[in-house]
Design a protein around this ligand. Structure first.
Ligand SMILES: Cc1ncc(COP(=O)(O)O)c(C=O)c1O
Length: 351
């Protein structure tokens, strides 16, 4: 077959699709939708016109989201997960010979989308404590005449967040649009949304896949200036978000207060897990403001395999550049965390 040049070199996003008893490898919510939300969603789907294409403008959901952030619906773009939003941003602002700056280690898809869109990837290395030096980011952007800067805060897989001052510094000094990927913001509570009405080059990407337990539906959105939203919208397919997901997302967003208890539980469990894991000799636990923890230990892969044999899936990053010896585990339900904690303690005590 005569494929596009270099397509064979494009890395594939790989996941271990085993049927885990305890699934802590994808930073999903480990609780299904709250029963009341599920009930409303099912009722809503019962009235769906399955024979019709989705509403092209996605105005119902856009208006709800815009209203919540005191924006106009022209400032909202809905996507098939925030993955689609990010990929479309790379298409719209990147392209052959055009640089896109992003942190590393961070969400691995930034590198893949840069390659896919034939943009020039400019990864900026995080510091040893995984903080991002805004000056380094700005220098890389200036040097490469970047067309887009991606910030991921809180950052996956390191779990830490940037200060609002650092974000604002980058936004004000950059000569290009800056997207702030806030996939995990609900577990942190501090957002860069306030910058939207101050600076025309700032964009925020959000998802329903994490705190709102709606990963199955693939819904994400972008908040940005109306002209950016319009231009990025041009590279999206017509009807790129299906009507079932859209209808479900409207219900989830309307009922978002129903998710506060599970978010609070995740935050409390994250702190409990951090304290307990830190107490184990030989274990480094990075501070996290997300729904997952990054841990580091000498026998990282051995621990991941030990847990896998017991039906627990976590993500092994120990071979990834800048993440040597690191594993990432999603915060589960209290019972799941108890079980995993006891397995990890057992492993560490064996030496
Ligand atoms: C930082 C970050 N951004 C974006 C995404 C994509 O999420 P989704 O496409 O499910 O909205 C993820 C998923 O893990 C993520 O970790």
């Amino acid at each position: 077959m005569d494929y596009r040049p270099d397509l064979d070199k494009l890395p594939t996003y790989s996941v271990d699709e085993r049927e885990w008893d305890i699934k802590l490898d994808a930073n999903e919510s480990n609780l299904n939708l709250p029963p009341l939300v599920q009930e409303r969603l099912m009722n809503r789907l019962a009235f769906l016109a399955f024979n019709r294409y989705p509403e092209m403008g996605m105005n119902h959901l856009k208006e709800q989201i815009a209203h919540n952030f005191k924006l106009t619906s022209e400032q909202v773009l809905i996507g098939n997960g925030s993955s689609e939003i990010l990929e479309k941003l790379f298409h719209a602002l990147g392209g052959p010979g055009r640089s896109i700056v992003f942190p590393t280690p961070s969400f691995s898809m930034y590198q893949i989308y840069a390659k896919l869109t034939e943009s020039k990837p400019v990864p900026v290395l995080l510091e040893e404590d995984y903080s991002l030096d805004p000056e380094k980011m700005l220098a890389a952007a200036k040097q490469s005449a970047a067309k887009l800067i991606v910030l991921c805060t809180p950052n996956n897989p390191t779990g830490n967040a940037m200060s609002q001052e650092d974000i604002e510094r980058i936004v004000t000094q950059a000569d290009c649009p800056v997207v702030v990927d806030e996939a995990y913001v609900e577990f942190y509570g501090q957002t860069a949304v306030g910058l939207l009405n101050k600076y025309p080059n700032v964009m925020i990407a959000r998802t329903f896949s994490k705190a709102y337990g709606f990963a199955s539906a693939r819904i994400g959105y972008l908040l940005a200036a109306a002209d950016l939203v319009k231009m990025v919208g041009k590279v999206c397919m017509p009807y790129h978000v299906n009507a079932l997901s859209l209808a479900g997302a409207e219900v989830v967003f309307q009922m978002r207060d129903e998710f506060i208890p599970s978010i609070q539980q995740t935050v409390a469990e994250r702190e409990r897990l951090t304290t307990a894991l830190k107490a184990l000799p030989g274990m480094i636990v990075y501070p996290s403001v997300t729904n997952f923890l990054l841990i580091k230990l000498a026998k990282a892969t051995e621990l991941a395999n030990f847990l896998a044999d017991k039906g627990v899936g976590i993500r092994d990053f120990s071979q990834a550049s800048g993440l040597e010896g690191c594993l990432r585990m999603t915060v589960g339900t209290p019972a799941e965390n108890d079980a995993v904690l006891s397995m990890i303690t057992d492993f560490m005590e064996r030496g």
